[in-house]
Design a protein around this ligand. Structure first.
Ligand code: TRP
Length: 370
């Protein structure tokens, strides 16, 4: 297989066209969700590659909590198999799964409401089995074209691409469709995967179940998420060491902020274009205090980077204090954390068993046994 990993003009065109279409449908879902939450089954998730940081918290996780509060059923996949797309070791996966569950619980995702479920790939055989029929619905050319996979291969600096990296977008379709997810809150980078999921759902229904469609064709749920950069003004990522994690203590947070990059101009103003690092810190304070970044800047005035950082430290630690308290409490209850995952897995499997039976029947593979 000779894959090319550079984005080309066709990719860009595809991306902007699908983005517009997806944005339109997403808007319609946002309008209808509060009125008819029972219609929506949300599936989203992430790879357990480390504890969550404030970029996750203020972005995707806050969004999930919001959707949960609207009353939709939410399935969250902790995508443990997907971790192995760009690394050879599963050493940290077990610990990371627990960290991520603690972060979810601390952030207000609430498995006690009977509508929110966490589960891992590794425990849902029915989900994983869907990969096989789904693989028959996708061409290798379609896999070669996926811009997100290309970007991930580039970002990870992989010289060899394993078959899981190549095929995981199909597996991600199985994540969404095994439980009949019809809404997927995702960032723009995940849209190619969602487009593939929509194709797989349509093709399955057309090819195998024309009279009685098995799968919904899910919509992306896009939202304006705040831009949260790392303490160095670059993309927040663990490998850069520029993150502020939920699990950090107040002191560790203060230390991370102390090391944050600012600039020489003592007069603090909100100028995202020319002063991105300062602008990032101002936005973070604004998220915590409910002010606009401009108002925060006016308050700090010519106090310089020192006052900016002190203000952020105070605001962020105050904001995170109740979350951290909850997190510490749950960290002291490992049996409870296991029971949350167990309940999520049980519910997810129950969904998967029903779906797989429908899939076998549609494909003439029930053989009189189901
Ligand atoms: N690939 C996603 C990410 O890197 C994580 C993910 C796995 C996911 N399965 C999913 C997201 C299903 C949405 C739906 O963020």
């Amino acid at each position: 297989m000779e894959a090319k990993f550079e984005a080309d003009a066709e990719d860009v065109e595809f991306e902007s066209a699908t983005f517009k279409e997806s944005a339109k449908r997403s808007q319609a879902v946002w309008q209808d969700l509060p009125k008819n939450p029972g219609k929506y089954r949300v599936l989203t998730g992430e790879r357990p590659t480390g504890p969550l940081h404030i970029g996750h918290l203020f972005g995707t996780v806050a969004n999930r909590v919001r959707i949960q509060e609207l009353g939709a059923t939410t399935f969250i996949v902790i995508a443990d198999y997907q971790v192995l797309t760009d690394r050879d070791t599963a050493e940290a996966v077990g610990a990371n799964v627990r960290e991520v569950i603690l972060d979810y619980l601390a952030s207000g995702l609430d498995p006690e409401n009977g509508r929110t479920f966490f589960f891992s790939h590794s425990h849902i055989p029915e989900l994983n089995q869907l990969l096989l029929p789904f693989m028959s619905l996708v061409t290798t050319a379609e896999l070669d074209r996926n811009p997100t996979v290309k970007e991930e291969i580039r970002a990870a600096g992989l010289r060899q691409v394993n078959a899981l990296m190549y095929t995981y977008p199909i597996h991600q379709a199985a994540d969404i469709l095994f439980c009949k997810g019809n809404v997927v809150p995702v960032g723009r980078d995940q849209l190619p995967h969602l487009e593939l999921t929509r194709k797989i759902a349509r093709r399955f229904n057309e090819r195998f179940a024309p009279k009685e469609p098995v799968f919904p064709v899910p919509d992306a749920l896009l939202s304006e998420l705040p831009v949260v950069l790392g303490t160095d003004g670059q993309k927040m990522s663990k490998s850069r060491g520029n993150t502020i994690m939920l699990k950090m203590s107040a002191d560790e947070t203060a230390k991370a902020i102390k090391g944050a990059k600012t600039d020489a101009d003592r007069n603090i103003a909100y100028d995202p274009q020319h002063r991105p690092e300062v602008a990032n810190l101002l936005r973070l304070i604004g998220i915590c205090s409910g002010e606009t970044p401009e108002a925060v800047a006016a308050r700090i005035g010519d106090g310089g980077g020192g006052k900016l950082k002190a203000t952020l430290t105070e605001a962020l630690n105050a904001y995170l204090a109740p979350l951290r308290e909850r997190r510490a409490r749950y960290a002291g209850e490992p049996a409870y954390v296991s029971s949350v995952l167990k309940k999520g897995v049980e519910r997810a499997r129950a969904e998967g068993v029903v779906t797989l039976r429908q899939v076998r029947r549609a494909m003439n593979m029930d053989h009189g046994l189901d």
